[in-house]
Design a protein around this ligand. Structure first.
Ligand code: 6PG
Length: 238
């Protein structure tokens, strides 16, 4: 993307949106409560709650907390922000983590869980998942993690897939293993009604600091969001 276009895009990772937490456990409890609030409102207003789950390790505790909250799972549709191109059931897949932490423990109809068929390879899986988004309403909430380089979902700095306009993108040569992934595209993340980031650990501080100072990292480009950040990751001065 040109420098001029980057300047035109509105980066949002402003301190005003930081929700501070003492530690990862408190962050997980708070975000789980927020998900339950957003779910109740979506179900009240539209009869269903369309939630995209984040991958990585940070959200695990939040998903475990969600098991115990009063959510009408029969009204929830589950999507995934991204998936790693690994065999079904591989321990490193994001849907494996989500199933172990949450989906296997709540009464959600199996047909409401829309996994990314990343085992079929990035290109075919992205095309297939994009078809799902073409025929359907916007997501109510996207949960997102952030990598130490400021990536989110599988949208990495400098990777061509990050600049694509497709609803779902095939990611090749990802710097975080595995190299092949499937991700919701930047526009799909932006079109969701709400976004919540879960950011924990000292390793994430530098990226948060850089984005607060205006760096156009992918996590800063998804649009307005609630940034739930623990003390270890919080930039100086917050
Ligand atoms: C993935 C995730 C990725 C993750 C960040 C943070 O597939 O790896 O989708 O975007 O959210 O890399 O990962 P941690 O929570 O493990 O630090």
């Amino acid at each position: 993307m040109s420098e001029a276009k980057m300047k035109r895009e509105k980066w949002v990772c402003q301190p005003a949106q930081f929700v501070p937490h003492d530690n990862a456990a408190d962050l997980a409890v708070s975000v789980a409560r927020r998900v339950a609030e957003v779910a109740a409102q979506a179900i009240r207003e539209r009869g269903e709650f369309r939630l995209a789950l984040a991958g990585g390790e940070t959200p695990r505790r939040c998903y475990e907390q969600l098991r115990h909250l009063p959510i009408d799972w029969s009204r929830v549709q589950i999507f995934f922000g991204d998936e790693r191109c690994l065999p079904v059931g591989d321990a490193q897949r994001n849907d494996t983590m989500a199933s172990n932490a949450l989906l296997d423990h709540v009464a959600i109809p199996p047909t409401h869980i829309h996994r990314i068929a990343a085992e079929r390879g990035a290109d075919e899986a992205a095309r297939h998942y994009a078809g799902l988004f073409d025929q359907t309403a916007a997501l109510d909430l996207v949960l997102l993690g952030m990598g130490e380089d400021g990536h989110t979902a599988s949208l990495f700095p400098g990777n061509p897939a990050t600049e694509l306009k497709d609803a779902v993108v095939a990611v090749l040569d990802a710097p975080k293993p595995p190299p092949q992934r499937v991700s919701l595209g930047l526009d799909t993340l932006r079109q969701a009604r709400q976004r919540i980031f879960l950011v924990s650990g000292a390793g994430k501080r530098a990226a948060l600091q850089a984005m607060r100072d205006g760096a156009a990292l992918p996590a800063a480009r998804v649009g307005s969001a609630e940034w739930h950040v623990d003390r270890a990751a919080m930039p100086e001065g917050h």
